[in-house]
Design a protein around this ligand. Sequence first.
Ligand SMILES: Cc1cc2nc3c(=O)[nH]c(=O)nc-3n(C[C@H](O)[C@H](O)[C@H](O)COP(=O)(O)O)c2cc1C
Length: 193
Amino acid sequence: MDVLAICGSPRKNMTTHSVLKAVLEGTGRSSEILWPAFMKIGYCVGCLKCKNETPGKCWQDDDMTMAIEKMFEAKALVIASPTYFGNVPGPLKNFFDRSIPTNYSGKGEKWEGAHDHGTRPFKDRPAVMLCVSGGADHEHTADNIRRVLAYYEYSITGEFSEAMAGAVITKEDFTDIYNELFELGKSLDKAIR
Ligand SMILES: Cc1cc2nc3c(=O)[nH]c(=O)nc-3n(C[C@H](O)[C@H](O)[C@H](O)COP(=O)(O)O)c2cc1C
């Protein structure tokens, strides 16, 4: 699998998924979509045992164990999310929070900031972010996703952030938007090479 996608929507084949599919088609690469809403993921309790007691591992052995392995394996990442009150839906936020053990896995270069935030296993890995809303506030959602990607030092190669009014994107019905998304996928493919 070259491209790992995280779909923050709990609705398959609706707006977010349709936008994501167009990007993945554009990459022309093997890909896999993880759906936090359909995974068993306990919430981060902030204990930092993943830092101080069992570096790189959370005491909760749930679907995040598999998800983190896939994050390491993938050559690129795509995050796709709807807007829920100007933010990502709860399951995606939960996914982000539970990804914190990757910092303490010992993989990658040491973090250069002032505090001890471990290493940066995903530094310079290409990523695309996709945020949709019904009518507004998708930019707030985008800010939040950008922050997570910046923290991990992914290299954002493309963004799509739009009010979609519930549209489900297909090549036939929304050709211009589909092509724009397909191009984001193509540039992600180039960034992997
Ligand atoms: C709980 C909830 C909160 C939402 N909050 C916002 C919002 O703040 N701004 C907005 O424009 N749309 C909001 N929406 C609309 C969704 O972002 C929009 O319908 C989106 O297309 C849903 O993605 P999906 O089709 O992939 O499920 C909200 C929807 C839900 C269910």
